[in-house]
Design a binder for this molecule. Structure first.
Ligand code: FAD
Ligand code: NAP
Length: 526
């Protein structure tokens, strides 16, 4: 594979500005597409039978030199993970704009792609543009792992290669397993003290077991095709203080297992989270309720054979096949309602994922989502996101600046600070919407403000009716300075901001103008 230095692919400038200001890495900026150039239009074109690769159906082996020749808009090839695509026909359909695509013209675009679109299934989106494979330079082939070595791995001994270098070796988790007549217990030793349930994701589909442990920005995966069948439900126990995680499986048949199973592709790997592919499981739609005229609360049930809790401030990806193409979009789980009484925690049992989603009348994904029937299934990924609970540790004042569905990450953040952060003095939501009818959970927010004196909500409308007596306009420094008062001088403050990209960028700029530092802001982006 070609190696492209990261500086060759800087994030788009608008995104860099917001990211630099808010201390956020990654993110995506969109450019307006011409009419007739939506994702649906692209899918239609790929189904039209047109020769998009330009090779009359042939697949070829492409040398680096050949790839480099195709570096113009009207003749642009890009290599992603060893496959070469002719992206010229896709130029006008690319949501990030032609210039962004051209940064990888005639080169390996894998790094750029991973930085910005890691979750997009390009194999499906660009399959009609496939030119062929990149010609590999001869490299020394590593000796194949012997069966006895593989067995050793499955008995809990990690291979020492391909990890993180000498110092990281000490941090690498290890595992062991044992059995009784009815149970298989896998014990993972994370060597991390503050382990908690959000850091452990486990799925067992048929005989395939996948356990993932998140450790800062790295993840450890155990992935095995089990020796024998197990029951659907299993138990995960976490000894938080010593960082020990147990996955207890119930044997389907009362027989002695000779081995845990055969290792699968990602088994025993400890790598950066951003280099890990997204893992999906099928979740059942169990209810759909109206929140406003265009926004609904979807409740999805995780399979019994999944252990997953989406951490505060993180999002998941939903995947659907639309017109034969895999389409993926991010959504931020919320709670089923704003807890007005903080004893009512039983509803967040971890078995359900609640998503508050605005249905756009011409939206590709949300229209398909809205057409799901109760009982239908959809694929939901592992969580991602860079919000850390440590950002609200010892916090005194929290300001939440939300626009439209940018409210969704604020729900769990608000719940967390009001329940867990004892130093908190004030939490204030400034909620920007077009009209009164667009305000999400208005009643609940007003109830919460009445019940909890630390919480205050301020609605700002950009298209109010003449009866609206509240604030109106768009986000600006003067509007924010009027609302954002600290409980005391030099209090520990955090400002979270989320909404349309341009709203977030403008908000971050306003906060900088008002003298807030990068550490005092968190912008939610993709
Ligand atoms: P598209 O087919 O992409 O667009 C069709 C039309 O819909 C556009 O022309 C435009 O008019 C409108 N539209 C589409 N996307 C947007 C947009 N982002 N902003 C304004 N108008 C738009 N959405 C939620 O409803 N709830 C969430 O919890 C949520 N969480 C998100 C988390 C992250 C990290 C990110 C990056 C986005 C999140 N979104 C959320 C937005 C979501 O991912 C989709 O962009 C949105 O659902 C529209 O998808 P679509 O395919 O229906 O629209
Ligand atoms: P919307 O209804 O179109 O807009 C909500 C408010 O934001 C309106 O008052 C609107 O004012 C204002 N606004 C829009 N663009 C603005 C800009 N450039 N500058 C200042 N104010 C602006 O919003 P929506 O349709 O719900 O969209 C919500 C957005 O949040 C989506 O883009 C979604 O992708 C994003 N989101 C992101 C995350 C995440 O974690 N990253 C999570 C959830 C949602 P006007 O009427 O004047 O336009």
């Amino acid at each position: 594979m070609l190696n492209v230095p990261p500086p060759a692919f800087p994030a788009p400038r608008s995104q860099q500005r917001a990211a630099a200001a808010a201390g956020v890495a990654g993110g995506r900026s969109k450019v307006p597409l011409k009419p007739g150039r939506s994702l649906m239009d692209w899918i239609r074109l790929t189904k039209s039978g047109k020769d998009l690769a330009g090779l009359k159906g042939r697949l070829i082996e492409v040398t680096e030199d050949e790839l480099a020749k195709h570096n113009k808009k009207e003749d642009c090839w890009i290599c992603i993970r060893g496959l070469v695509y002719n992206v010229t026909p896709y130029m006008e359909y690319h949501p990030g704009g032609e210039d962004e695509l051209m940064k990888a013209a005639g080169m390996d675009g894998t790094d750029l792609f991973d930085q910005v679109h890691r979750w997009v299934n390009y194999e499906s989106m660009l399959k009609e543009c496939l030119v062929g494979r990149i010609a590999l330079k001869p490299i020394a082939v590593p000796k194949e792992t012997s069966i006895s070595e593989k067995k050793k791995q499955l008995n809990g001994m990690l291979p020492e290669k391909k990890l993180l270098g000498a110092s990281a070796k000490d941090l690498t988790p290890s595992y062991d397993w044992f059995q009784t007549d009815g149970l298989i217990t896998i014990v993972l030793y994370t060597k991390q003290k503050d382990m908690n349930t959000e850091l452990v994701i486990a799925d067992c589909q048929d005989k395939r077991l996948r356990g993932e442990i998140i450790m800062n920005d790295h993840s450890y995966v155990l992935e095995v095709d089990l020796d024998h069948a197990v029951e659907e439900d299993f138990v995960v126990n976490i000894a938080e203080k010593i960082g020990k995680v147990e996955i207890i499986l119930k044997k389907k048949d009362n027989i002695h297992w000779k081995m845990l199973g055969q290792p699968l592709e990602s088994h025993n790997t400890f790598i950066k989270c951003k280099n890990r592919g997204l893992f999906y499981r099928k979740c059942k739609l169990v209810s759909k309720t109206e929140v406003t005229h265009d926004t609904k609360l979807f409740r999805f049930l995780l399979p019994k054979s999944t252990h997953l809790q989406v951490p505060t401030g993180q999002h998941v990806y939903l995947k659907q096949i639309i017109a034969g193409t895999e389409v993926v979009k991010p959504y931020t789980p919320v709670l089923p309602f704003l807890p007005l009484d903080f004893q009512e925690t039983s509803c967040h049992d971890g078995a359900n994922i609640y998503l508050m989603i605005k249905i756009y009348s011409c939206g590709l994904f949300t229209q398909a989502l809205d057409h799901l029937r109760i009982g239908d299934y959809i694929s939901i990924s592992n969580p991602e996101g860079n919000f850390k609970k440590s950002q609200v540790q010892a916090l005194e004042d929290l300001f939440l600046l939300a626009a439209g569905t940018g409210f969704t990450p604020m729900v769990k953040v608000l719940n967390f600070v009001l329940t867990e952060v004892s130093s908190l003095r004030t939490a204030k939501l400034i909620f920007f919407n077009k009209t009164e009818d667009d305000i999400l959970w208005r009643n609940q927010l007003e109830q919460l403000a009445l019940r909890d004196e630390r919480f205050e909500v301020q609605f700002v409308l950009s298209e109010p009716t003449k009866d609206w007596v509240g604030k109106q306009g768009r986000i600006s420094s003067s509007l924010l300075s009027g609302f954002m008062k600290r409980s005391r001088k030099d209090s520990k403050v955090l400002i979270c901001i989320c909404g349309p990209t341009a709203f977030t960028e403008q908000g971050v700029q306003c906060l900088k103008d008002l003298g807030y530092s990068q550490e005092e802001m968190h912008a939610f982006t993709a």
